[in-house]
Design a binder for this molecule. Sequence first.
Ligand code: LLP
Length: 418
Amino acid sequence: MAGPVPGFERKHGELWCDDVALSAVADGAGTPVHVYSRRLLRDRCAALIAAFADYPPDLHYAIKANATLAVVREMREAGAHADANSGGEIEVALRAGFRPDEIVFTGVGKTHDELVRAVTLGLKAINAESPGEVERIDAIAAAHGMRARVAVRVNPDVDAGSHPNISTGHKTTKFGMTVAQAYAMVTEMARREHLHVVGLHVHIGSQITRPAPLTQAAATIAKMAATLADQGIQLEHLDIGGGLGIAYEPGQEVLTAEEYAAAVLPVIRPTGLRLVLEPGRWITGPAGVLLSRVVDLKQQADGRWFVIVDAGMTDLIRPALYQAWHEIEVVTPRDGAALECDIVGPVCETSDTLGKQRSLPPVQVGDLVAVRDTGAYGAVMASNYNRRPAAAEVMVDGAQWRVIRRRQTIDDMLQWEA
Ligand code: LLP
């Protein structure tokens, strides 16, 4: 990695992002605001590519993790290609400057219009999720006199070991085709004039922290590719999806990028095929924080406190949806006894909690808190519930910062309505 990565650190007790005090961003851009470190974004992308240096991969950044245009552009400049999960993400990838042959397109339930767009653009691969989808892609390609590049998404029936809501590789989930179905499909596709079967794809889930499921999933498609090669069907690439987890809690054990490479390369290397990766969270997650201001303090029946802040589940739904843990820090801590508290948002839902059972330095109304590791699946999962406008997003670049997505206004929200 190129040089030290400061990221989010304390200077004179105050939390900074690289060379900018977070308090300065909050004063300038208002709260709640998502703040990203350009340097961390780039360095993490480069670090993941470097971990695979002895078998250089095509790293397709999973746009779903953070789809803000300026962030996606950074990924391209850092050497990534793109993984899109919808027609909207394909358009974002194109506007960020990716060429169609740098984009793979995944997703259950691709619509006719999305498939027409994908086929006619000539994307690097459409990862087909079902036999019916393959038929639809074939028909569209034939109608346009084209040959669509298609990979088959395999459901390897592997337990990723992460939260059930974000595990996708078990046979009971809606994702991909069984190994038997996929073999039959690829053999059939190889005979079709308008289909070019380019690869196999797996993605077994997200926030994976153990190597075994990742190895198992990669081994499943590596073995299939070898069997298909024996039958004269030569693929171009194996796409092992994303899923590499990050440490949300201090001391949480996760895989390093190098351990991830070591878990999958031994099974991929013998195939000699190009390796496609689709990481999202590992790159952007730790590169962002959600900054929020305390708006009220209220004591609970058991003596602990509610710290009520101006960000809520509409800005970061992960704690409410997956009981996810995010570290929460006071930006400019005061001296005094620790405050035992739950940090909650203003939304009219009991699940609108950012952190439960926390111990913070004493805070007052107006103080700033930073919710860590919100660069992935933070702003992208925002909603306007309670007519709350989407938060602003800011990119810090060294000692400079700029708004990369301005705060939504009530007029923005209402402009679609009759
Ligand atoms: N490729 C495919 C086909 C995917 O479905 C996903 C994520 C990725 C790649 C990127 O996975 P990552 O490297 O980021 O784990 N909202 C949830 C996570 C949902 C992940 C969906 N798919 C959360 O906040 O934990």
